[in-house]
Design a protein around this ligand. Structure first.
Ligand SMILES: [Zn+2]
Length: 83
């Protein structure tokens, strides 16, 4: 028989644990994206999980080709400028 550990709110992956040592770094905030509570600096508006989620552009082109995509975008805009 094992005893379940109580849920430690400070170990939530949504938290910004690097903020804890700072003044005002242990505030309960509500994420603007997933609307869950997380602990972090009082001015943070997004939890760590949502922050680390890929954007639609990264999903589309993959991180590998994202630089290439930006380069193509840059060249296309140059062509527009000089035509
Ligand atoms: Zn969130």
């Amino acid at each position: 028989m094992s005893i379940a550990m109580p849920i430690d709110p400070e170990n939530d992956p949504r938290n910004w644990s690097e903020d804890f040592e700072h003044e005002n770094g242990k505030y309960y905030c509500r994420c603007c994206k997933c609307e869950e509570l997380f602990i972090g600096y009082k001015r943070r508006v997004i939890c760590k999980i949502c922050f680390n989620q890929k954007t639609w552009m990264q999903e589309m082109f993959g991180e590998k080709y994202f630089g290439l995509y930006l380069l193509v975008l840059f060249i296309v805009s140059l062509i527009y400028c000089f035509s």
